[in-house]
Design a binder for this molecule. Structure first.
Ligand SMILES: [Zn+2]
Ligand SMILES: [Zn+2]
Length: 266
């Protein structure tokens, strides 16, 4: 498996429109929210995926491979994923901040893993807290798993416990994959309970099944448009944010003396 950033043309920028969940960009067979967003409570001020991730295809393999300890491709996969995050944040963090109604994110964090040891050494924490120039100065481990048993893909903020009290800060929550959104919405609820003023999420991969309904033809049409790293679903037109109103006048570019997509190496 090749993880070189030249594979970026395999990325698919989501687009709002009919049959697209306005909250999580899921492809649906009905107007309005998808079933998962209808079932989950909603606590994120905004969510943006870098790309759709189709089950069994390149990005799906990447977000699985970078977490496999014994896989010899882990360093390359981590470098590629870090580069994708860094490039996206450099160009589009202010799009997400505006969609969330804030001028900037003061803090950046990740969603805890199930096991405490795994969480301590999770590669996404290393990517966000060390490798990505755009986030490492703001990264904090704000959440840990609580002792509450968690049912997968079910909204439950009790599964997370805040490590510190917050004081109205806007928090950027970074995760690798969005499937139902239950983990991200639960983490957002826990952060708001701890005092965060606002929580928005960036995910690398918004998961889809190519074989569900008309997904294959819809994904082929998106692929035909090509991938432009200078556009995200929030700034490419037609955005239908379910977040609070944007504050474009206050938005400012955060960070970024970033060195570009090829510069990061684990
Ligand atoms: Zn949805
Ligand atoms: Zn954008």
């Amino acid at each position: 498996m090749c993880w070189t950033p030249s594979s970026s043309e395999r990325l698919l920028t989501p687009a709002h429109g009919p049959g697209v969940c306005p909250r999580c960009l899921n492809l649906t067979d009905r107007p309005g929210l998808c079933r998962a967003c209808t079932a989950n409570q909603h606590h994120l001020a905004a969510m943006v995926p870098i790309s759709y991730s189709v089950g069994g295809e390149w990005l799906h393999h990447l977000v699985i491979a970078y977490k496999r300890d014994a896989d010899p491709f882990v360093p390359a996969a981590m470098g590629t994923l870090a580069a994708l995050y860094n490039r996206f944040l450099t160009q589009h963090e202010e799009c997400l901040a505006a969609a969330a109604g804030v001028s900037q994110f003061e803090l950046v964090t990740t969603i805890p893993s199930a096991g405490p040891l795994r969480d301590l050494h999770h590669p996404l924490r290393r990517i966000v807290g060390e490798l990505i120039e755009a986030t490492r100065g703001r990264y904090a481990r704000l959440l840990v798993r609580s002792d509450t048993p968690a049912i997968p893909r079910v909204f439950d903020p009790a599964r997370y416990r805040a490590t510190t009290a917050l004081d109205g800060e806007a928090v950027l929550l970074i995760d690798d994959m969005w499937t139902s959104g239950a983990s991200a919405q639960s983490a957002a609820a826990a952060l708001l309970d701890a005092g965060a003023g606002c929580v928005a999420a960036l995910v690398a991969a918004r998961h889809l099944n190519r074989h569900w309904h008309a997904n294959d033809s819809r994904l082929r049409r998106l692929a035909a448009d090509g991938f432009d790293p200078g556009r995200c679903v929030l700034c490419s037109g037609g955005a239908a944010s379910t977040a609070r109103p944007a504050v474009p006048s206050g938005a400012r570019r955060v960070s970024t003396t970033a060195t570009g997509e090829l510069a990061i190496r684990p």
